[in-house]
Ligand binder design. Structure first.
Ligand code: TYM
Length: 333
């Protein structure tokens, strides 16, 4: 039995980066999985509250992300889809693993350091311990493979360390999880600053394409994407980050290789090239949005989440019981 697991935070609007770097990969792995594979895809709402979220907005975003998962092709018959906070063992394993994580390991995390820099006051202790909760998500289902974008690699390292540490301290219990990072699309860059990652929390609207942006907005954002003054389409991440990012997006949407696309587009000016990118995005995202609108307020969505939480809880409870027994807490079960 193999287990694949991943999750996304419902903080803010889901970006094209989340789709191309993560969701698209979840769907491909789901569709290629054999009978012997368990897949868990969840909505990481406990992670989202490591920074303050407006409760009304958060609840909407949770439901919206669930509908996005389904609209993008996750199938509840093949994947267990659930909300993290509805499986109480996530918080429990987070604590158990904190007892064996060193503060120094957490203070070294790049994402923590970045967030600390941006949010000088009122940093919650949960922002520091966040990667332990994430390791808990992964170990709770004894996951083998974790599809993520490049930015989660360091967090995955900690999950591997904690799996090994638990196994060494208490006897063999966990698989050591492996990140699955795509070759193309694992780091989609900001449209306005193509040297930094496209991010949900970017304050500049036109820096990101959101999965639910309408056609006109998508076209406008691509048309205003920062490029360079050379006016020649080819891939060079260092010297042409804007054009290279657009080529990456185009490659993910069309499934053509970057080399093929460079050949197709080499005689185009940037205006023509950007139109091709916008067309490909519109073609990819419009059908997803149509399905999203059908699903969002359906009863089916609630049923899927209820079933998902039930199934996930069954596995999660088994792991927690085993951990407690090995750690010597509570009464032996
Ligand atoms: P989050 O919500 O920041 O991002 C969700 C997924 O999207 C990927 N991603 C990107 N990929 C390519 N280009 C981008 N610009 C881009 N931006 C985001 C992320 O790498 C991620 O795969 N801590 C996680 C959520 C989480 C999780 C887990 C993931 C909680 N528990 C357990 C895996 C396993 C997070 O904040 O992702």
């Amino acid at each position: 039995m193999k287990t694949i697991l991943s999750g996304i935070q419902p903080s803010g609007k889901i970006t094209l980066g989340n789709y191309l770097g993560a969701i698209k990969n979840f769907v491909e792995m789901q569709n290629n999985a054999d009978e012997d594979t368990n897949i868990f895809i969840f909505i990481a709402d406990l992670h989202a509250i490591t920074v303050y979220q407006d409760p009304v907005e958060l609840r909407k975003s949770i439901k919206s992300l669930a509908a996005i998962y389904l609209a993008c092709g996750l199938d509840p018959n093949k994947s267990t889809i659930f909300i993290q906070s509805e499986v109480k063992e996530h918080a429990e394993i987070g604590y158990l693993l904190q007892t064996m994580t060193y503060v120094g390991e957490l203070e070294r995390m790049t994402q923590y350091k970045d967030k600390m820099q941006k949010q000088v006051q009122g940093v919650s202790s949960a922002l520091l311990t966040y990667p332990v909760l994430m390791a808990g998500d992964i170990l709770l289902y004894n996951s083998n493979y974790v599809p993520v974008g490049v930015d989660q690699k360091q967090h995955l390292e900690l999950s591997r360390t904690l799996a090994e540490r638990f196994n060494n301290r208490y006897s063999e219990t966990f698989n050591v999880p492996e990140p699955i990072i795509q070759k193309v699309g694992a780091k989609i860059m900001s449209l306005q600053d193509p040297t930094s990652k496209m991010s949900k929390s970017d304050k500049l609207e036109k820096a990101s394409i959101f999965l639910l942006d309408d056609e006109a907005t998508i076209r406008k954002k691509i048309a205003s994407a920062v490029t360079d003054s050379e006016a020649k389409v080819y891939f060079d991440q260092e010297n042409k980050p804007g054009i290279s990012n657009l080529l990456t997006i185009l490659s993910c949407c069309t499934l053509k290789s970057i080399d093929e696309l460079v050949e197709d587009c080499k005689d185009m000016n940037y205006g023509e090239f950007k139109k091709i990118v916008a067309d490909a995005l519109v073609e990819k995202l419009m059908p997803i949005q149509q399905r999203y609108n059908e699903i969002l307020n359906s009863e089916e969505l609630d049923l899927i989440l209820t079933e998902g939480a039930k199934k996930a809880s069954y596995f999660a409870n088994k792991t927690i019981t085993k951990m407690k027994r090995k750690m010597g807490i509570g009464r032996k079960q």
